[in-house]
Each structure stands twice: as C-alpha cells, then as structure tokens.
Ligand binder design. Structure first.
Ligand code: AGP
Length: 606
C-alpha cells in the first residue's frame, strides 16, 4: 500500500531516493518524504502531503544532503493525509519509514505512555517510538524486542541517530527487496525501484534483519546469527519500466500485450502442445486434483472467472473462483483433493497471501500465477508459474491480466491433454489458437482510434451498464472494473439474462449500455436481451465477433467488429478493446490514468 526506499553509498541519497520514489509512487501517492543522514551525522527530514513532485519542489527549496537516507510514498491507512502524517517519522534516536498496518498500535501507545509524545496520528510513528524505547546502542536487540511487540504487517526501514551511514530493515508480510551495487546498498518495496541501480537483488526474508552499509549488506536472523541472502536477477529490461513515449504507463502496457503474451506462451509450447514442465509443474498435480479453487482479488479474480469457464467446459472439472478476502471467512470446502490457484500480479496482495496460507493449512496443493519473481505469494505456494508481463506500473492492470489468462489457457490445455479430454491433435489445435492471440490482439490495438471515437459517447455518463452471457459476462466484469477505477464512472456488468429480474428498472432513455457478443452458443439470447434494453431507450455500444451477422433493424450507438478467433479465445481481443475504451474515457476526462484517486497498485492491508 505504500512505497519505501533506502540508500546508503557514495552518492547523494536525496536524488536517488526521489527518483526511486517516483517509480514507487504507484503503490500509494497521497504524501511523501525522505530522511537523510548528513555528513555531521544529524538526520534531517523533508516530507509533505501531495505527490513526489511536490516533495521534489520542497527539496529544491531546502535540500538535505548526505549519502544515507530512507524515503516513503504513502497510501493513508491510520491518520489522514497531512504533512505530519507523512513518513519518515522520527522519535527520539530512531527514524522510520513503514509500509503496513500495526494493528495493536493503540495498546502500544498506552503501554509505553506515548499519548502526549506523538506528533502524528499514525501507527508508524508508534513503531518508531517502541524502537526508541528498546534502543540502547544495540540496534539488533532493539529491533528484535520491537518486532515481538508489533501485531500486524510491517516493512520497516530504520535509521539510528548514532549509527550514521547505516540502514536497518525488517519485515513481516509487507515486502522489502535489497540490492548491492558498486556505489552502495539499496532497499525498496519492490524491484521496479531498484532496476536502475542494480540487477542483482534479494527478497528480505520475513523476521530477518538486514543491515545496509556503503560497502556491504549483512543479514541476521532473530537470534542475531548471520545468514546468507538468496540472490535473484531482475528478469526484465530496465527500460521496460519507463513510459516509452506514451502519455501514460497504461497505454504503453496495453500496447505491450501482444509481445508479453508471446513471451509468456511460447516457452511453454513443446512439440506443439502446452507444456509446464519448465515451470516445475508435474503432470501428476494436474491429473490427481478432483477440483480447483481460484483465490484472487480484482482483476486477477476476473482472470480466474475466465479460467473457470475454460476448465469446466474443456476439462469438465469443478472449479470455484473465490474472492481471496472472503475465502477464509466463508467456509469454502478445500481439502487434499483441491488444487488452489492463487492469481496475483504483484504477489504481495495480503488477502491472496493469507488465502494461500489458509488453503495449505486445509491440505490443498497450491499453485501461484504471479508476475513478480520471488514475491510472497509465489514463495508461500507449492508451485508457481510466472507471467512474463514485465513491470506493470499503471494501477489499472492490463498486460498482467492477459498474461494471467495466457497461463490459464496453457494450464487448461495441459490439463485437458494429460487427463485425456484432448488428444494430441486437439491439444495442438488449442495451442495453435493460443499462439494466434498476439497477432489477433494486435489487430485490435491497431484500431485504437476507432475505440477512442466510440469512447466519446460515454465520456459524460454517470452510469454505464455492460451486458453479456457466459464468457462475455466474465469479459465485461473486467471491462467494467477498468472503466470504474480510472474514469470514476459507475459501471455495472450484468449477465444479460439477469437484467430483466430487476435491474432493467434502471434503464432509461439514452442509458449507455456496452454489449459484448462473441459466444455463438448464447448469441441469439444476447441479442434478445439487447433488444429489451434498446426498447427502453438505451444507447447500445456493441463489440461483436466479426463473423457474426448484425441485427439489421437494430439501431446501435456504435459497433466495433472484433477480429475472429475460436469463441473460447475471444476473451483476448475483446479485453483489449474494453481496456482501450476505459483508457480513452479517462484520458479524455483529463484524469491521471496511471494513478486513480483512492487506489494503490498493491493492496497490502486486509
Ligand atoms: C486491477 O486493475 C486493480 N487495480 C486491482 O483490482 C488488482 O487487480 C487487485 O488489487 C489484485 O492485485 P494483484 O494482482 O497484485 O494481487
């Protein structure tokens, strides 16, 4: 939910941290700050409500100079958006930047008599105060004692007044990655902020303490014993973390989809058949499970819905899709015969991570579909398949979603083959259609200006309904979320047949309705339902598979002909079209497409 950063080395910390915070800003952006240990050993702080660009202006007016510092960009949880509540927080000899939620902070305020001493309303300052309470020249002891008192999630980046040039870090659930380069050491909430600095990094293990110095990084367990980091290599080009000339990351990431889908699929087709052996997924896992349960949130959950439709129709296996935040509280039936699939772009969504842990306790095998290598959800699962989407910076997920779908198609194809639903020829035909996705999707992206033109008809709408059946409904649930989260227009995706059971009462003259028709088996029913809303005056924008005939007498607000694929693969071109629709509405409304209000890219609170 927030982004933290730390640097200690030979260079000025201020610039390195401001640049890195700009990259991390997608994790939360209502206030920002840095603390720098000056050459005189004193720690100075600059922080303010607003974006990193506002912090940069503050630092231009009154810079803080030194080669060791920590920084933070915030998504407010405890305490409103204000300069005082911005991080870092200094208490006594301790300065802290924190990502997470200290759930027992009120108890700690009472226990350590902090009521009159706090400068902010945040749980993070309380963590700093407890660290200061225990600090008596031994930082590892102070951190260990503090961690034992904290309940909840935390990624803490810490400086002590009398240990200049050194940063300490400790985490529980909230992420921290650490890098070494020739000029020093650096930590961040995720690897996108380190890419400019180094390609070798490690994920700080939970409840281990890292000590970052100019010349080395030391790692200790809670007993103070030295430990060896597990070094990883950044698995994408650093420049893929920049906008590449597009006005927003979202447009760049939409346009990258054909390439990253190809990079996700092609290595997993062997002899023309889907093959997950390279990911360490044994066929036995796919053959032995009796049912599947997806746990995920938001867009990732919508990908799960597509996976459910594919698995149930092609593999004939029962598959549930559960909201990760509900999974532990709704007594879902999960046992050793269940394969739980956790889908998560960041791999750090707490709801999904906790759901994986709960599933494992219930005896289920767990498989993660994750985009960020070494992320918590991947590490908590028995198996992992990484999407090759590269860094996804825009809060609204696009290429991560379609590469998640690509992995679900591969999983479905492999499962159908090993369980005998597919013979070799059918498996090859299925894989062949999957390999066509990038070029078919490109044909949609090449017509983006057509969709930009269509978008103008919902630019000023207050409410937009979306309607489709089966896979078309799953497609629209995701299309609706995209529109809501970046244009702030209320949108609702409805199974077409369900509208007449109540919600059609909301359809009035000119209500904008988006309809998707790509599934032959429900096409005629979908047209009947479309007529129901048109007869009540709705203006319908139709996205339809180009090989389907159009109802001649119907009048359409707009029609976009989608390039044809097998019905089961039409999710891909249709999703690209709906992503562009949402993007252009937000763009033409003059909104910050990449950083919508109230949102953050990674939701690390339950
Ligand atoms: C996607 O557009 C949303 N920003 C959000 O729903 C996101 O998909 C959800 O928070 C899950 O994130 P994850 O994939 O990183 O777990």
């Amino acid at each position: 939910m927030c982004g933290i950063i730390g640097y200690t080395g030979v260079e000025e910390a201020q610039k390195i941290m401001l640049d890195a915070l700009e990259i991390l800003e997608y994790r939360g952006y209502d206030s920002a700050g840095i603390a720098v240990c000056g050459r005189d050993g004193s720690i100075r702080i600059r922080k303010c409500a607003g974006r990193v660009k506002d912090l940069r202006l503050l630092c231009e007016k009154s810079g803080i100079f030194g080669t060791c510092g920590i920084g933070h960009t915030r998504w407010a949880t405890h305490g409103g958006v204000s300069d005082a509540n911005a991080h870092p927080h200094k208490f006594g000899k301790v300065t802290v930047a924190h990502n997470g939620i200290v759930e027992n902070y009120r108890d700690l305020v009472q226990r350590y008599h902090l009521e009159e001493k706090l400068q902010s309303q945040t749980d993070s300052e309380v963590a700093a105060a407890v660290l200061d309470h225990f600090y008596n020249t031994d930082p590892l002891a102070a951190i260990r004692k503090t961690v034992l008192k904290l309940k909840g999630t935390f990624a803490l980046s810490i400086m002590f007044d009398d240990i200049p040039g050194t940063i300490f870090a400790v985490r529980n659930v909230s992420p921290i990655v650490i890098a070494r380069a020739q000029g020093g050491s650096m930590l961040a909430s995720d690897v996108t902020a380190l890419g400019q600095y180094s390609r070798e990094y490690f994920v700080l293990p939970e409840f281990y303490v890292a000590e970052l110095k100019e010349t080395a990084v030391e790692l200790y367990d809670m007993a103070g014993e030295a430990a060896e980091p597990e070094w990883l290599t950044v698995n994408w080009d650093v420049d893929r973390g920049s906008k590449g000339g597009y006005p927003f990351y979202m447009e760049k990431e939409i346009m990258e989809q054909p390439q990253v889908i190809r990079e996700t699929v092609m290595p997993r087709i062997q002899g023309g058949i889907p093959d997950l052996g390279g990911d360490g997924i044994p066929d036995s896992l796919l053959m032995d499970c009796k049912r599947i349960c997806v746990v995920a949130c938001g867009t990732a959950m919508h990908a799960g819905l597509v996976g459910k439709a594919l698995m149930q129709s092609l593999v004939r296996i029962h598959m549930d899709v559960e909201l990760a935040s509900e999974f532990m509280y709704t007594d879902v039936i999960v046992d050793e015969d269940t394969l739980v699939i956790a889908i998560s772009q960041s791999g750090e969504t707490i709801d999904t991570l906790e759901a994986v842990k709960h599933a494992k306790k219930s005896g289920a095998k767990t498989l993660a579909i994750v985009n960020v290598r070494g992320a918590s959800v991947a590490r908590a699962s028995d198996y992992v398949i990484y999407t090759n989407a590269g860094p996804e910076i825009a809060v609204a997920s696009t290429k991560a979603y379609t590469t998640q779908l690509a992995v679900l198609y591969l999983l479905t194809g492999r499962m159908a083959y090993v369980r005998g639903s597919f013979g070799a020829e059918e498996a090859k035909a299925f894989a062949g259609e999957l390999m066509r996705v990038p070029e078919v999707m490109q044909r949609v992206l090449d017509r983006k200006e057509e969709i930009h033109y269509i978008a103008r008809s919902i630019l000023n709408a207050q409410n937009v309904f979306m309607m489709g059946r089966g896979l078309d409904h799953a497609i629209l649930l995701e299309g609706s979320l995209k529109l809501k989260e970046i244009s702030y227009i209320h949108s609702e995706a409805y199974a077409s047949g369900e509208l007449k059971h109540g919600t059609i009462a909301l359809i009035t003259e000119d209500t904008p309705v988006v309809a998707v028709v790509t599934q032959g088996k429900v096409k005629s029913k979908e047209f009947s339902n479309i007529k129901e809303v048109q007869s009540r005056g709705a203006g319908v924008i139709l996205f339809i598979k180009e090989t389907f005939g159009l109802e001649k007498e119907a009048s359409w607000e707009s029609v976009f002909m989608l390039p044809a694929m097998e019905d089961g693969f039409m999710v891909m071109p249709a999703s690209a079209a709906l992503q562009l629709l949402a993007y252009y509405v937000s763009l033409d409304k003059g909104l910050d497409v990449d950083k919508p209000r109230n949102l953050a890219k990674v939701v690390t609170v339950e």
